[in-house]
Design a protein. Structure first.
Length: 424
């Protein structure tokens, strides 16, 4: 009777986890009034081809083919007008109007031209020269306040392309710093039309974070002679039309470099991560251009949400009829699921032993589901054993954060299986 009761309790826990899994809600926030409006009828100077492609993929592919996820689309105006974004586990804010990049550096506010001219940034009709301060100013401020309140309350954000300039106004950067806006990305550039000279090239970036990160699950990495110390990910296949529109942290100049003139590149990366409570994810070959970061809810950001930002020229959603950006899609899907808390929620390992384990990542207690009696050992990635137990509820609270290998042995048959877990 006790065995039946324990099994039912365990199955109940699994069912509750799956129910929680099914309640994840993710919203895409973009400029157009509807997700598939390419703004061609609005008379915009440049069509936001990438943003349109991203929104269509999100609604018609990710939203349709990803189990246990509900999706929705909001325009910037929807959010500013009071759309209830508090019910969403993740917001993906995507912005690149594909105009000259210097005009976007104060997103979501308008950056003035040299003569002081400002533009209309957020209206559903698209980026426009004609700005009405009576409507554009309150629109920008209402949008900023809505996103900031969501983030401050623990909401999680994916900021795509020039939405990364929102890091400071949304409150992700410490407001007590002197001139906190100097800690947002400090370099932007790119073409406003496809550059045919680079279409034939395959483009990618170097992954600086853990190679076992769920963010790159299912993505094949390779070696690239430009930098053999980090794994390389091809994001844009040969034949992809490219504009190389970039927003990044360049550590050769700007606030970090100016405040630390004698620091090595490695030291400047550490300073950047400490000051921003962030982890570098993606960088260029030389390592001086930081194009992807994860901002953690630690230090001055404790209690807020996690934010992930991608600004590389390879994070491109429009690739033309002959191009390919499958790894951009995989990275984005992994990121949204990771932020929603669904990545690796329950995993099964089949083989000599049929084992299920959850949650993964784990914070306190790792549960293992298996019919027989087990002896389980946990090793760090250096091969050092950190724990031995015969329990199926394993207290992980005293183990430092990181990636570990769990090896389970059936005590009667001596059959084994191993799996990887992440401790946070």
């Amino acid at each position: 009777m006790k065995k039946i009761t324990k099994k039912l309790m365990l199955l109940s826990l699994l069912m509750l986890s799956c129910l929680s899994f099914g309640q994840k809600k993710i919203a895409f926030i973009g400029q157009a009034g509807t997700y598939n409006d390419d703004l061609s009828g609005s008379g915009v100077e440049f069509l936001p081809e990438g943003d349109t492609a991203a929104a269509i993929w999100f609604m018609e592919d990710f939203g349709v083919n990803t189990p246990n996820v509900t999706v929705n689309y909001f325009s910037f105006e929807d959010v500013a007008a009071g759309a209830d974004i508090s019910v969403y586990d993740v917001l993906w804010i995507q912005y690149d109007s594909e105009t000259y990049t210097g005009r976007l550096k104060d997103f979501p506010r308008s950056a003035p031209e040299g003569d002081g001219t400002k533009h209309s940034m957020l209206k559903e009709t698209g980026f426009a020269w004609a700005r009405d301060p009576a409507t554009d100013d309150p629109l920008e401020e209402a949008f900023i306040l809505a996103i900031k309140n969501y983030y401050m309350s623990g909401g999680k954000l994916l900021l795509g392309n020039y939405a990364g300039f929102g890091l400071e106004p949304f409150g992700v950067i410490n407001s007590t710093y002197t001139n906190p806006w100097e800690y947002k990305p400090n370099q932007d550039f790119g073409d406003v039309s496809v550059n045919p000279a680079i279409t034939a090239e395959a483009w990618g970036n170097w992954w600086r974070s853990d190679v076992s990160s769920p963010l790159i699950s299912g993505i094949t990495t390779s070696s690239n002679n430009c930098n053999l110390s980090l794994p390389f990910i091809e994001f844009l296949a040969s034949g992809s039309e490219k504009k190389n529109r970039v927003i990044q942290y360049n550590l050769d100049f700007g606030r970090i470099a100016n405040d630390n003139p004698t620091a090595t590149l490695s030291e400047k990366k550490t300073i950047l991560e400490d000051l921003l409570q962030a982890e570098i994810l993606i960088e260029n070959c030389g390592g001086n251009e930081i194009q992807g970061l994860k901002f953690n809810p630690t230090g001055f950001n404790a209690g807020k949400g996690t934010v992930i930002f991608y600004g590389a020229g390879t994070y491109d959603w429009y690739v033309g009829a002959s191009g390919g950006n499958d790894n951009v899609k995989k990275l984005t899907k992994n990121t949204l699921l990771y932020l929603a808390g669904t990545t690796l929620s329950i995993d099964s390992v089949t083989g000599p032993l049929k084992v299920s384990f959850y949650p993964n990542p784990v914070q306190s207690t790792l549960q293992i589901q298996y019919e027989g009696d087990l002896k389980t050992s946990i090793y760090d990635l250096n091969g050092k054993k950190v724990l031995d137990t015969e329990l199926k509820s394993i207290d992980m609270s005293n183990i430092i954060d990181g990636t570990y290998i769990v090896k389970s042995l059936d005590i009667k048959t001596n059959q084994t299986n191993s799996f990887k877990i992440i401790k946070r």
